[in-house]
Design a protein around this ligand. Structure first.
Ligand code: NAD
Length: 456
């Protein structure tokens, strides 16, 4: 067995070593999960609901501890980390309502009664990335458990600490042993075993489009259902008739939140040409005011990047680009990079590829049709924002942009009560919202004959 040294990205110093699981340990965990799942699914729905509410309550009581762990492990500003931990409790509470509401149908047929049941898949394998370690895990495990499944969860190598703690809190809350197991490990070992193991019946993957494509191919070999939440290159579209001050003031947070390491980052700003210069004049002071620094401070808006490798990768995108202006960042230890605004053209690498760092490409457009064409001029289709005071335009453009999650005159992407997920190379399937628990089930149709032998 080998170990991974977890590092604090704000200081570059090690926090602790976490052992990486072997394939044999995954197999053992899955065997135990399978047994736990059978007992869990056999419980009364209200008992599963109560158990999830208890889990939510224990998470709520540990928000400060979980937030502090995320500050140390991921460099998230303390205010964001506290929100993320609270969000896990809210997601658990929301899906605690699902066990008693997984309604099937009674379908009118001749000669008997026809009923559908939502049967859990069994064991669900959840593979998560390092950018939002707690929240993304909860979007999978809360509805999966609510639907009667067991969960094996693999955190990213870089950020296992909050997931491991959530696994302990689940047991403290009284969730059955082995029902929810957190298995830290390497992607090609633990993650890959989820895709090939015959008793992992469904896989939920969030991460890069490249790895997601491999995961989907492995799952296809086993005819295993998979949901994919992948990369993004989302557009923030600003029309000349918009509240330009509001659009400019909110644009930094829409892309630089979590140092741009956000699949929903509005990493392209498309501005109508007639207000392009004015918008940049308004954006510049907003970027300079964006507070980058020690994530433990309440006033900090952006911390470091997750690793030296990620910082170097992002910095590589800036070679040869036309920088409009930059914000500030600390120097010295830690993986820092100043927020950067770049003039770009639609075909540029910086306008096409997911940077996953605090860099935004700004481009002009001519009219509404041009805005929609440019917004769609990427392989991705995850999120996006539309700034306009014209209602008809807001409706037309939001229907025209091929993205899974759009918002008008705001940059909202994630609410646990509404569906989330991407089109095109941004993914397959949807998480969150009222239907998520049902997505972790298979529909079974049963016909009960009431009139002698059925011959149909
Ligand atoms: P990644 O694809 O490198 O890794 C994601 C997870 O997959 C990790 O846990 C990793 O260990 C695991 N993995 C690696 N190889 C594997 C394999 N062969 N089989 C199974 N699992 C394997 O992504 P990352 O660098 O951790 O995260 C950044 C990416 O995640 C970005 O592209 C970002 O856009 C995307 N992301 C998407 C969403 C979304 O909801 N759409 C949310 C967050 C992040």
């Amino acid at each position: 067995m080998s170990a991974f040294t977890v590092v604090n990205p704000a200081t570059g110093r090690p926090i602790r070593d976490v052992e990486l699981a072997t394939e044999a340990q995954v197999d053992d965990a899955v065997r135990r999960a399978l047994a736990a799942q059978r007992a869990w699914a056999a419980l009364a729905p209200v008992a599963r609901a109560d158990a999830l509410r208890a889990f939510a309550g224990v998470v709520e009581a540990h928000v400060d501890e979980l937030a502090a762990l995320e500050v140390a492990n991921s460099g998230h500003p303390i205010g964001s980390a506290r929100w993320e931990a609270g969000h896990v409790a809210q997601v658990l509470n929301y899906y605690a309502g699902a066990p008693e509401r997984l309604l099937g149908s009674q379908i009118p047929v001749a000669g008997g009664i026809d009923v559908t049941f939502h049967e859990p898949y069994g064991v669900v394998g959840i593979i998560v990335p390092w950018n939002f370690p707690m929240t993304i895990a909860a979007w999978g495990f809360a509805p999966a458990l609510a639907a009667g499944n067991a969960v094996v969860l693999k955190p990213a190598e870089l950020t296992p600490l909050t997931a491991l703690r959530l696994g302990e809190l689940a047991r403290e809350a009284g969730l059955p042993d082995d029902l929810f197991q957190v298995i830290p490990g390497a992607g090609p070992v633990v993650g890959r075993r989820f895709t090939t193991h015959p008793d992992v019946h469904m896989v939920v993957f969030t991460g890069s489009t490249a790895v997601g494509t491999e995961v989907a191919a492995e799952c296809a070999r086993m005819l295993k259902p998979v949901t994919l939440e992948l990369g993004g290159k989302s557009a923030n579209i600003v029309f000349a008739d918009a509240d330009l001050e509001g659009a400019a003031a909110s644009a930094p947070a829409a892309v630089f939140d979590n140092a741009g390491q956000d699949c929903c980052a509005r990493s392209r700003i498309l501005v109508q040409r007639s207000v392009y210069d004015r918008f940049l004049e308004l954006l510049e002071p907003a970027v300079h005011a964006w507070r980058v620094g020690d994530p433990a401070l309440e006033t900090t808006e952006m911390g470091p990047l997750i690793s030296a490798g990620q910082r170097d990768r992002v910095a590589g995108f800036l070679d040869g680009v036309d920088v409009a202006f930059r914000g500030a960042a600390p120097e010295g230890d830690g993986f820092w990079l100043a927020p950067t605004v770049v003039h770009a053209s639609p075909g540029d690498r910086i306008a096409q590829e997911e940077v996953f760092g605090p860099v935004v490409a700004v481009m002009p457009f001519e009219d509404e049709a041009d805005a929609v064409r440019l917004a769609n001029d990427t392989r991705y289709g995850l999120a996006g924002s539309i700034w306009t005071e014209n209602l008809g335009r807001a409706v037309r453009v939001s229907r025209g942009v091929r993205s899974g999650v759009l918002s008008v005159n705001s940059h909202s992407s994630v609410r646990y009560a509404t569906p989330f997920g991407g089109m095109k190379a941004s993914g397959l399937g949807r998480e969150l919202g009222p239907d998520a628990a049902e997505h972790f089930t298979e529909t079974k149709n049963v016909f009960y004959a009431t009139e002698g032998q059925d011959t149909a």
